[in-house]
Design a protein around this ligand. Structure first.
Ligand code: PBG
Ligand code: ZN
Length: 304
């Protein structure tokens, strides 16, 4: 009765990697228990998601065709658009969040348009808008821009409104730090940058106050939910955001955090169930309303 923080299945969003092709269920080596699925086998994981009653899924599409403009990100029959339509038809009860970013779709692996070795902020915005609108048209419930270009929340809000999706919420990756914790994800989503790094658009992990300014700017631009990412090394930022802002907060418990827990657990060095429960509870205690986590299905089982 006196316990201050309690986890609930609806707190969680489960990320899913969708690949083009058939009969695919590839294990992601650095993320034990996580697979890339082709659409024809997506039901294997969606049935579990439905059964678990979690808050939603977050989709990451992996196209075969990549080009400098990331055109498969906003193609009508792009892999993510097809996955959204499939889920919308077969699983009307599953809430679909789509990650809005170009890095899985660009041949250079950066999150935006590139000129030479420079990432172009303003030139990227229309492409992000096209991606968000095309996924909304496919039936997605929420757009989650993760690219970290300045001004993208306002641009996406305006684009969605103009296309008639005035009700569609935006969950912005507002305080997304340039982090080594994304390593395993880039294998899973085939999205490692071909040159350089993401430091010109993601945040310096030394800067907590700047993170709060980024969050404030995104709220100003119309974000309905703001996110801190990664989670565990940034709970101070999350807590301060919770004290400073009155919009719901999300936290992304990222691939590297998951991989560390799984590796130690596989060695018998830690008790996975207890560690995961402790980690997720800490995220909620620090102020997260929504937790995006690869542990979601296990966590729900352990909640009982
Ligand atoms: C795409 C994106 C990334 C993650 C979520 N969306 C990778 C990146 O920015 O390099 C990371 C998720 C994770 O590590 O689990 N921009
Ligand atoms: Zn990206």
């Amino acid at each position: 009765m006196m316990q201050e923080t309690r986890l609930h299945p609806k707190d969680f969003i489960y990320p899913i990697f969708v690949m083009e092709g058939e009969d695919i269920r590839n294990p992601v080596e650095s993320m034990p228990g996580i697979f890339q699925y082709s659409i024809d086998r997506l039901h294997e994981i969606l049935d579990q998601v439905k059964e678990a009653g979690i808050g939603g899924v977050m989709l990451f599409g992996i196209p075969v065709q990549k080009d400098p403009q990331g055109s498969q990100a906003y193609a009508v029959d792009g892999i993510t658009q097809r996955a959204v339509r499939y889920i919308r038809e077969r699983y009307p009860e599953i809430y679909i969040v789509v990650d809005i970013c170009l890095c899985e779709y660009t041949s250079h692996g950066h999150c935006g348009m590139v000129q030479g070795e420079q990432i172009l902020n303003d030139e990227t915005l229309p492409y992000l808008v096209k991606m968000a609108v095309s996924l909304a048209q496919a039936g997605a419930d929420m757009a989650a821009p993760s690219d970290m270009m300045d001004g993208r929340v306002a641009a996406i809000r305006e684009g969605l409104d103009q296309a008639g999706f005035t009700q569609m919420p935006i969950m912005s990756y507002s305080a997304k730090f340039a982090s080594a914790y994304y390593g395993p994800f880039r294998d899973a989503a085939h999205s490692a940058p071909g040159f350089g790094d993401r430091k010109s658009y993601q945040m310096d992990f030394a800067n907590g106050q700047e993170a709060l300014r980024e969050i404030a700017a995104d709220i100003e631009e119309g974000a309905d939910i703001v996110m801190v990412k990664p989670a565990l090394a940034y709970l101070d930022v999350l807590k301060e955001a919770a004290l400073s802002f009155d919009v719901p907060l999300a936290v992304y418990n990222v691939s590297g955090e998951y991989a560390m827990v799984k590796a130690a657990a596989a060695n018998g060095w830690i008790d996975e169930k207890r560690i995961v429960t402790e980690n997720l509870t800490a995220m909620k205690r620090a102020g997260a309303k929504i937790i995006i986590t690869y542990h979601a299905l296990d966590a729900v089982k352990w909640l009982g």
